[in-house]
Design a protein around this ligand. Sequence first.
Ligand code: 9MR
Ligand code: ZN
Length: 553
Amino acid sequence: MNNDELESPRPEHLDTVERVFVNQAGYLPDDEKYAVITFPATYFTVVDEKGTACFSGIPIPCGRDEASGDSVCRADLSGLRLPGKYRVIAGKEVSHEFSVGDDVYQPCFDKLMKAFYFQRCGCELKERFAGMWAHKKCHTSTAILWENNKISVDVSGGWHDAGDYGRYTTAAAVSLAHLFYGWKMFPEVFLRQDIDIPGKPSDMPDVLIECRYELEWLLKMQRFDGAVWHKVTTFKHAPFIMPEDDNEQLYVFPVSSSATADFAAVTALASTIYRRYDARFADWLLKCSEAAYDWLEKNPAFIGFQNPEGCDTGVYGEHSDADNRFWAAAELYCATGEEKYYSRTMELINRDFSKTALGTASVGGFGSLALLLHGRGSAAVLNMLQKLFVRQAEELAEICEKSGWGASITPDQYFWGSNMKILTNGMIFIIADHLERNSLSGNPHFRKYAAMQLNYLLGTNATGYSFVTGVGDLCVNYPHHRPAFADRVEECIPGLVSGGPNSRMEDNYAAMLLPKDTPPMKCFSDNTECYSLNETAIYWNSPAVFLVAGLLS
Ligand code: 9MR
Ligand code: ZN
């Protein structure tokens, strides 16, 4: 019997036909490499660009993978170290092309970073930088306060959050935090980066030029008394039109304590980062951070955010702000060395919230990172925080080992934006590895699990897609992203990270398209309509930037 007859029929709703899956961007020469095969192949061959066989082996069966419902086996390609372009052949099936080389991640890294430029609001995206995705200035009209329509404010600028045109404080702060910590931990990788954005040449690396664009908007979101507004959006999401054609009234919605705390945290962090380039900007950031913090101290009760009746733009609701306040106090302590921030940090650290979570609603991990990288404070606390990251990495590594695809999430974790979970788990691996590498008795062994998360993102997953637009032969090209649709350019704006499989299928189109019993990892479609599967967001891009930087370092 032919191998191909053994397997179950290919699910018809999947528009991909892959059965040999690889990271379509490729692999670094010395990294562990593997292809996942979803039929019982007895043999695999790797061919180069000319079709010449250059590597072969016997796939290792891994059994049934619960998240995808596939019986998978793995082809170990780790011995393939010679730079070049390859495909894996097993049975009659051929994988997409992938590269091996020292520079395979650079184009992906650059596209992921440039994507933030494409999200810019309030300025023209000139052809010189944006090419065929150029568009006019958008959302520059003054916004009015939701609570008092007579008061208007200038809150122009920043990045559009996602496939929508909203700008949300907590989402912005988290996205900036991923990028800033990437820069803090792997500066050499960012110093080498050279993308085409305005404001160059500059002393600053590109990541800091781009983040400053967001920060300057964020500063406008602070009210006179230090509190920070939760979001600025229209009342209803715009239709699928270009941003410059979205001329509905912009509203600045009420303040929340989560927004104020995240603002205090990220502006304090930014002040330490920008100080060496622009001391006045750094002073201003710190002043604004302190004002936000003082407001929080005067307003100790949690103030959440809910949409007013009828408003359908993002909520970014939270249930508690202990983690946000912890992050704020920790960053301000690291920025100023002042005792009052330290004592508040130590008080909040005993509250019940995750100390390793890296966004969006749960931000305790950033406070922990602040303390760990700063290295001041009690040795016992630093030790405890390091152990928490390492223990979490150990637990996630176990999940990867059980997954046929090396995915770090369990079958019940394929919810809206599951790729963010994959990517922030990738960050946890990188962070734990980094901490262990820098401590005497450390055991850094998590890098390979971090790489697995990138492999998943770039094609080694049951959908076969690279979830980054413009990266890989078969990549997402029709995300739920307004300009990407409305610009009438067939090729999607590159570098955008799709939310990825969502087993709850929370939009009508997904529910119609995919059978109810679709395995979680296959609950995906590269379809503009499917906002719960295929939107993009700044805080899905930012952990990808961090992860790739960590792997490149
Ligand atoms: O990422 C958010 C997801 O967890 C929620 O379930 C969903 C529905 O409220 O909203 C997502 O966030 C969206 C935000 O509300 C508006 N901008 C796009 C975000 C990504 O889809
Ligand atoms: Zn805009």
